[in-house]
Design a protein around this ligand. Structure first.
Ligand SMILES: Cc1cc2nc3c(=O)[nH]c(=O)nc-3n(C[C@H](O)[C@H](O)[C@H](O)COP(=O)(O)O)c2cc1C
Length: 201
């Protein structure tokens, strides 16, 4: 089934619901290298955060936070990535590429998880599920506001020096949502077998 298919059997109570669902079904990730200005404004980022808070969250633990970088803060992130590359023996053009990795999208939002493994009511896997829901809602909200984005982790998200720049004790750097305006139309990366995820008990 093609998620963007006009012929989807949508049955919504309201035209607003149908429009929102159609828009949701056209969300695809767009790599940072295909993103440019403008990025979301401060107000739009608050809206994104409010949407993240609408994710299901057992006992409202809010086991995540977002850390926004734009402008000069992206320079600091670039320096962190450059340092990462240098520590891995990279030099010259490879080091420049490390810097550029941080500077492609106009806004880069780190996702920091704060999972409490000793929580007696909400086990860790439920807290992680909320983190995933928050990421998804954030990306959807950005899409609804006309932006595109992609969540990436990669090896840098587990580098101790980069983690230390973002996280306090007990926190996990999940990765970064890069966001901005897509330079071209967003396209799905291949067919997804939706039939395989919906069964009956
Ligand atoms: C927590 C998390 C980390 C991810 N890390 C990466 C990554 O490092 N590199 C990557 O190419 N995709 C990564 N992805 C997947 C992309 O964000 C994206 O979902 C995938 O490319 C599929 O594209 P789609 O969202 O258009 O279906 C990650 C997704 C999540 C939720």
């Amino acid at each position: 089934m093609d998620q963007g298919d006009e012929a989807l059997p949508l049955s919504c109570a309201t035209p607003e619901g149908e429009a929102a669902l159609r828009l949701l079904l056209t969300r695809f990730s767009v790599s940072p290298k295909h993103l440019g200005e403008p990025g979301p404004t401060e107000d739009e980022l608050w809206t994104m955060a409010m949407a993240a808070l609408r994710a299901p969250d057992h006992n409202k633990r809010i086991p995540y936070r977002f850390v926004v970088a734009r402008g000069e803060a992206l320079e600091r992130l670039a320096a962190l990535f450059e340092d990462y590359g240098r520590r891995r023996g990279r030099e010259g053009a490879d080091l420049v590429r490390e810097r550029e990795r941080a500077m492609q999208a106009p806004v880069v939002i780190a996702v920091v998880a704060r999972i409490d493994p000793r929580d007696e009511e909400v086990p860790a896997h439920e807290q992680w599920a909320s983190v995933g829901g928050a990421i998804s809602n954030a990306l959807t909200a950005l899409h609804f506001m006309g932006y595109a984005g992609k969540m990436v982790s990669g090896v840098r998200a587990s580098d101790p020096a980069i983690v230390a720049a973002y996280c306090a004790e007990g926190e996990t750097l999940v990765g970064w949502i890069s966001t901005g305006t897509p330079k071209g139309p967003a396209k799905p990366r291949g067919e997804v077998d939706a039939d395989g995820i919906l069964g009956t008990f």
